[in-house]
Ligand binder design. Structure first.
Ligand code: AMP
Ligand code: MG
Length: 484
């Protein structure tokens, strides 16, 4: 049955030498039942599931029935988790293959929650329904916000219970990524201390993600530079929409520059740079304002892995790598400033822009106002009433902003148009996420489907959205969990 879907599988990663992966099949589940299927993503992938009934789809998206060309694997990787180095790997995920769509784009098709592997350590290899639905909703919202991310094709209930603090319904998420290669993948191979294996990984990554680097004089330096740029762009995008990843361990940092691993992530409502939602992040290592610093820290770990490939002379290699890593701050600040200029509709660059931007952020912080809604207010979008916007300091700030808006041939049409491309009207607010997940767990899928639909057009008024713009009153005490 699965042969008419248009799978176009290749299994290049499974052909890499033994230490890179374990060949393993997903472990069958008892009673699969499809909950969500992402039709527009299927269409983008040129996959046609229309000929399959509910039970065939359920069997497909759990791996109970595997496509004929797949050669499934669990990938090996390591990672610094909250700063501590650990050997990890896909402990509850199986990559069933790499599918290429008609535009010649290759994507990993991975089942998350598909049973134990050689890398499961003490885990059960399974996932609970709530966190898999959460990943589906937020990763798709991120994609609609125009932020590079892994995506979600389907969620299937397994018909089995998973034991966490309580017994929960089990589920499998089908995750799509341009690859699942992480900084941690390099760390795993580098820790084995064999330069030839590291070279295999470098060449694989370059051929798969950055083929232009094949002609560069020093491929390892080329890769470090490009991953640094990609990661800066990514974190600037996160800062733009108030996204807090929550667990920026090096194993959750993709070489392709996509957001990956939606465990404890959440969006900030009230602007507070120190916001942390994750229950396990006691020290605030991954707080909103620390995300750029941690990105640099993670890139430094990546650079360390590449040292043997950068130059035979280790001192020289370290010098080259350090130089690249040290370019982070300047590049980040420039990209961040430009992103904030866009959020305020400013054209060109002026010396004083930084102060204008920082003064607005400081005001938001002091007054505890909503980050997303403040930019909606500045775009004259109707939002729920907030008396804070009548505040004298804010009015004074607006006068300065208005003066700045008059420069560089700007016009209201131009600045509003620009602002609308970067300031979302809606984000997946925490209380809404909780609300729709709770309903979905009670088998009412209408709210989650509605929410996914609303979030698919975050920059345009897509029906009555006021209800989705109300800041969470959960915020100050809201906590997220890793969902393991
Ligand atoms: P994460 O927190 O999802 O980034 O996972 C960190 C590591 O723990 C990865 O190696 C996962 O595969 C592994 N892991 C998480 N949950 C489980 C589980 N239930 N069973 C086995 N391994 C798991
Ligand atoms: Mg992870």
């Amino acid at each position: 049955m699965t042969n008419d879907i248009n799978w176009n599988f290749d299994n290049t990663y499974s052909k890499l030498p033994e230490p890179f992966r374990e060949i393993i099949k997903p472990i069958k589940v008892k009673n699969p039942n499809l909950i969500l299927l992402n039709k527009s993503l299927a269409q983008y992938l040129d996959l046609d599931f229309s000929g399959l009934n509910q039970s065939e789809l359920s069997a497909l998206f759990t791996g109970n029935e595997l496509p004929k060309d797949c050669n499934s694997i669990a990938q090996a990787y390591a990672g610094h988790q909250f700063g501590h180095f650990t050997m990890l790997g896909d402990g509850r995920a199986v990559l069933i293959g790499e599918h290429t769509n008609k535009s010649n784009k290759k994507y990993d098709i991975q089942f998350k929650g598909s049973g134990k592997t050689a890398f499961s350590r003490n885990g059960d290899g399974r996932a609970a329904l709530g966190p898999m639905l959460r990943e589906y909703v937020i990763s798709e919202a991120m994609n609609s916000l125009g932020i590079p991310t892994t995506r979600s094709l389907a969620v299937v209930k397994t018909g089995e219970e998973v034991i966490r603090e309580t017994s929960l319904p089990g589920a499998i998420l089908t995750r799509i990524a341009s690859s699942h290669i992480r900084v941690g993948t390099f760390q795993y191979i580098a820790a084995r201390g064999k330069k030839d294996e590291l070279k295999v990984l470098l060449d694989y990554v370059i051929n798969r993600h950055y083929p232009n680097l094949n002609s560069s004089q020093n491929k390892a330096i080329g890769l470090l530079n490009i991953v640094l740029e990609k990661q800066i762009d990514l974190v600037v995008d996160w800062m733009r929409v108030g996204f807090i990843h929550g667990v920026m361990n090096t194993d959750n940092m993709s070489i392709s520059g996509e957001t990956i691993d939606y465990g404890p992530c959440a969006f900030m409502d009230i602007y507070d740079p120190k916001t942390v939602f994750s229950s396990i992040d006691q020290m605030g290592r991954y707080a909103y304002c620390n995300q750029p610093v941690i990105t640099k820290w993670n890139l430094s770990r990546f650079a360390e892995c590449l040292i043997p490939l950068i130059d035979k002379d280790q001192d020289k290699a370290i010098q080259f790598a350090t130089q690249i890593i040290n370019s982070f701050e300047k590049k980040y600040e420039e990209k961040w400033l430009n992103m904030m200029r866009d959020k305020l509709g400013l054209l060109g660059t002026e010396e004083k822009d930084k102060f204008l931007i920082l003064d607005l952020l400081t005001w938001m912080h002091q007054k505890k106002v909503d980050y997303t809604n403040t930019f909606c207010h500045l775009m004259n979008e109707k939002i729920i009433e907030d008396k804070n916007y009548e505040d004298k300091d804010f009015q004074d700030w607006k006068k300065r902003w208005n003066e700045r808006l008059k420069t560089n041939n700007n016009t209201p049409e131009k600045f509003i148009k620009l602002m609308k491309t970067v300031n979302p009207l809606i984000i997946p607010r925490n209380h809404k996420v909780e609300e729709v997940l709770k309903e979905a767990e009670l088998n009412n899928l209408k709210p989650i489907n509605q929410f996914i639909e609303i979030l698919s057009q975050p920059y345009t008024k897509n029906g009555d959205i006021l209800n989705y713009q109300i800041p969470s009153d959960l915020d100050e005490k809201y906590q997220t969990f890793c969902g393991t």
